[in-house]
Structures are given as C-alpha cells and as structure tokens.
Design a protein around this ligand. Structure first.
Ligand SMILES: [Zn+2]
Length: 130
C-alpha cells in the first residue's frame, strides 16, 4: 500500500491523510517539502493514497488542502500540475473541496489559467484561503 519511493525516503512526496473516517478524508500536500519532483512517481504516490481510502471506505468522500507555501513555478511544476489534473479526472466524483492555503503571488497570478485546465466540477469546489 505504501509508496515505494517514500518507504525508502519518507520525505520524498507530500500527499497524506490529515484525518479520515468512513465518510470523509482530508488530504494535505505541501509541494515545497517534497524532495522527489518526478511527476510519474508523484502520480503513483497520490493514486496509491486515494485508492487505499476509496477501497477501505467505499462510501467515503475526500477533500484536498493544497498548501502552496514557498511554491515555485517552473517547467517541472507544470508536469506535476498536469498529474494533478489527471488524478482529479479519476477521483472528481467523490471530491468535496480543494482548498489552497498560503497562496503566494505566483499562485495568485497563475490561478485563472490553472482553473481553466481543471475538470468541470472541480473548478467550482476550489477555494483560496488567504
Ligand atoms: Zn511517495
């Protein structure tokens, strides 16, 4: 169940359960604290976590706190963002909310563009917390 990369180096990826029960799970990520920036391995890590929750609690819904503290945008973060879009396409049916916290100027300036790339329903349940 655990991500192979994280089982060797636990700080590799940042997407984890904050708390959960059979009805709902809060997941949290802080991209800037993750040491492994490989988008395929990040995808596998996140899918692993979401699959576990949805398999264990078939009625469960989920929400995502995206901590954008120290977020930097570069070519690779675009790849990672596209991974997020793929994952949201798969799991948008049970997604309740995405909450962006600690937004910086990079996030604020890119937000309108990024929102357009998200699957339909997802952009409506996205919020930024200042
Ligand atoms: Zn991992």
């Amino acid at each position: 169940m655990m991500c192979e990369t994280c089982s060797k180096v636990p700080s590799s990826h940042s997407f984890r359960k904050l708390n959960y029960d059979e009805k709902h799970a809060w997941f949290y990520s802080l991209d800037s604290e993750a040491s492994d920036k490989d988008s395929d391995r990040i995808k596998s890590h996140i899918l692993n976590e979401l699959e576990w929750y949805h398999t264990t609690f078939p009625e469960g819904k989920w929400s995502w706190v995206f901590d954008s503290k120290d977020y930097e945008f570069n070519m690779n973060s675009m790849n990672i963002f596209l991974v997020f879009v793929d994952i949201l396409k798969i799991y948008k049916g049970t997604l309740q909310k995405i909450r962006i916290v600690n937004p910086n100027d990079t996030i604020r300036s890119m937000f309108p563009t990024l929102v357009k790339m998200l699957p339909d329903r997802v952009s409506e349940i996205l919020e930024i917390r200042e």
